[in-house]
Design a protein around this ligand. Structure first.
Ligand code: ZN
Length: 604
């Protein structure tokens, strides 16, 4: 599902601290030391490739010093011959990078040899070819006063802005310096203010000559690449061009900015004084919502959510019986049935035998039960609360089993998964249809109610879902209240997980915030009667999400991900209302089921 979600996501991104043009330019430092020289940098679309050359016996060897010379490796074999291949195979437009030749031997003789070596390749060089490679000489260079003697296709690196004769500036391609001259920063955390001033001043001075800036010997970390890029360093110096390319290519999806803070509901905690027992239970599952997902939404929102007002907090171990890292099927089955099971299993134990679940158990005791999800009703998380299949892929069987569900109210997506006959059968079983969310709270007190939110998938919050889910939550609670009997509700947001799989920070933040608005509805309802237990947790974490950087005042989050799959990290559980204290501490996922029954003083 997440593939559809991200297509229109850029529409809702607001800029600010977020990555913006110009596109990052990668400088492949000492490229000849790469395992695959030149081609590794070329395939990473490096804008600048650095090669050291050593002149010996009239040959330009690719080497830092004499001892490391390999006679098979010359400037021509490793860096000039490939130009011909590129032009033939990929077209000359792919030649638009800079070849920085760092001369290790005497300036004038070495440059003479370089010029001679370039002769067979002039057709591939700028400015002869407007798309062509820009040759820039660094290291041992002639005096700037002599630059004018060299042909157009040879330009120079400038490492001292203060003694350049004005005529020489037009031969200068960029301005460079060793990072250690400006700062001793190691690329972790941030610059000291003093160092930041020095680096900023250097960049500003270089830009005053309208030349791009390169710093060498910079820290080679994600934090450093991003920081130097943000400061305006044009060439990001690295020994890992592929990693830098991947980092910057993925950066837009990793960033999120919240421009308008969301309202936070502050619960009354009156239930503590009234001393009532829980009569209703609202179990809310943010699929894939780990601590980092909650943190991202909280810190975007100025440090608070409605969820973070809760004080009875614990952690849940999510492991499946046959896998360290659970999926939603096994995760939700543990919550619904109190039994840990295999991945992909829904409502059955590791032996494949059907298990009783909370809605069944409570409806037999005369409770009303409700199921609300952003996901398809035959999705794994909702499925665990009514179905029994060994493999979550058996959605047809799940649709069949759904027809005999115990719910008084359901609302979810994926209408297309049900046949006309199954829909008829639901009507025979007493279901009336709500045509819209607003109809949910208006429907009469008798009978059962169903609402399909979409034929297929529901749009994501950032793709125009609006306030559908919080409004649905409000309407559903009003509907259940009108029944005047205890109820159990399972409410799921399935899209925190989708955006975790897609490694998309803005998607995660917007879905957690939308889920938090649903949580606020549940808390408001609980405060209205002081006999509703609200439990908020996740089935697992998704994405290996972390928050390397951000800016609270600007609502900016820079996320990072270690996987496109779920992870085995513990997930938080929050509770509010009578019985909330049962959920403190650390437990396994199936024990949440036991705690719910303990809070209700019901024997399983
Ligand atoms: Zn998932």
């Amino acid at each position: 599902m997440f593939r559809n979600l991200i297509l229109c996501s850029f529409l809702f991104l607001s800029k600010g601290l977020m990555a913006q043009s110009p596109e990052v330019k990668i400088h492949s430092h000492n490229d000849y030391q790469q395992e695959t020289p030149f081609w590794n940098a070329f395939s990473a679309k490096a804008a600048s490739i650095e090669v050291d050359v050593f002149l010996k016996n009239r040959q330009l060897y690719v080497a830092h010093e004499e001892e490391t010379i390999s006679t098979a490796r010359t400037l021509a074999t490793d860096y000039l011959a490939p130009l011909e291949t590129i032009a033939a195979r990929y077209g000359t437009e792919r030649l638009g990078f800079q070849l920085m030749i760092d001369s290790k031997t005497e300036a004038y003789t070495t440059l003479k040899a370089i010029d001679a070596a370039l002769q067979p390749y002039l057709v591939f060089l700028w400015p002869n070819n407007p798309d062509g490679v820009r040759v820039v000489i660094s290291g041992k260079r002639p005096k700037p006063a002599d630059y004018g003697q060299y042909p157009d296709y040879i330009q120079f690196d400038c490492q001292n802005m203060d003694n350049v004769p004005s005529a020489a500036w037009q031969k200068i391609a960029m301005i460079s310096t060793g990072f250690y001259r400006l700062s001793r920063w190691n690329g972790k955390g941030r610059f000291t203010h003093k160092d930041l001033e020095r680096v900023t001043a250097f960049i500003a001075k270089a830009k005053s000559f309208e030349k791009p800036v390169r710093l060498w010997a910079t820290p080679d970390s994600k934090t450093a690449w991003k920081k130097l890029y943000d400061l305006g360093v044009d060439y990001i110096n690295t020994d890992h061009p592929q990693r830098v390319r991947m980092f910057f290519d993925g950066l837009e999806d990793c960033e999120s900015q919240l421009t308008k803070k969301k309202e936070v509901y502050r619960p009354s905690y009156d239930y503590i004084q009234t001393g009532k027992r829980p009569k209703n239970v609202i179990l809310m599952i943010g699929d894939g919502m780990g601590l980092a997902q909650i943190s991202a939404a909280t810190l975007s929102n100025g440090g608070q959510l409605s969820l973070t007002q809760l004080t009875d907090i614990g952690f849940v171990q999510t492991q499946a019986t046959d896998d360290f890292t659970t999926d939603s099927a096994a995760g939700a089955t543990a919550y619904a049935t109190g039994v840990r099971t295999n991945n992909r299993a829904i409502g059955v134990g590791p032996n494949g035998k059907p298990l009783g679940n909370l809605p069944q158990l409570l409806s037999q005791k005369g409770w009303h039960t409700a199921l609300i999800t952003t996901d398809a009703l035959t999705g794994a998380t909702p499925g665990a609360f009514y179905a029994h299949v060994v493999d979550r892929g058996e959605e047809e069987t799940m649709a069949k089993q759904f027809v005999e569900n115990p719910f008084t109210l359901f609302a979810g997506a994926g209408k297309a998964n049900f046949s006309a006959k199954q829909l008829e059968r639901l009507e025979e079983n007493g279901f009336e249809w709500a045509a819209s969310v607003s109809e949910v709270s208006q429907k009469g007190q008798a009978g059962r109610l169903g609402l399909f939110l979409a034929e297929g998938a529901l749009p994501a919050k950032m793709d125009g879902r609006g306030n559908l889910m919080p409004e649905l939550m409000e309407g559903a609670l009003r509907y259940l209240k009108s029944k005047k009997k205890p109820f159990f509700m399972l409410m799921e947001n399935g899209m925190v997980d989708s955006f975790g799989h897609a490694n998309h920070t803005q998607g995660i933040v917007t879905e957690v915030l939308d889920f938090d608005a649903c949580i606020a509805q549940a808390l408001r309802f609980a405060d209205g009667n002081n006999e509703t237990l609200v439990i908020v947790t996740a089935d697992h974490e998704t994405g290996g999400f972390s928050l390397p950087q951000g800016h609270m005042e600007q609502g900016y989050i820079q996320g990072d991900f270690t996987t496109h799959d779920h992870t085995g990290i513990m997930v938080p559980i929050f509770a509010y209302g009578p019985g909330a204290e049962h959920f403190k501490g650390v437990c396994r996922n199936n024990q949440v089921f036991d705690k719910i029954l303990e809070a209700l003083e019901i024997e399983p």
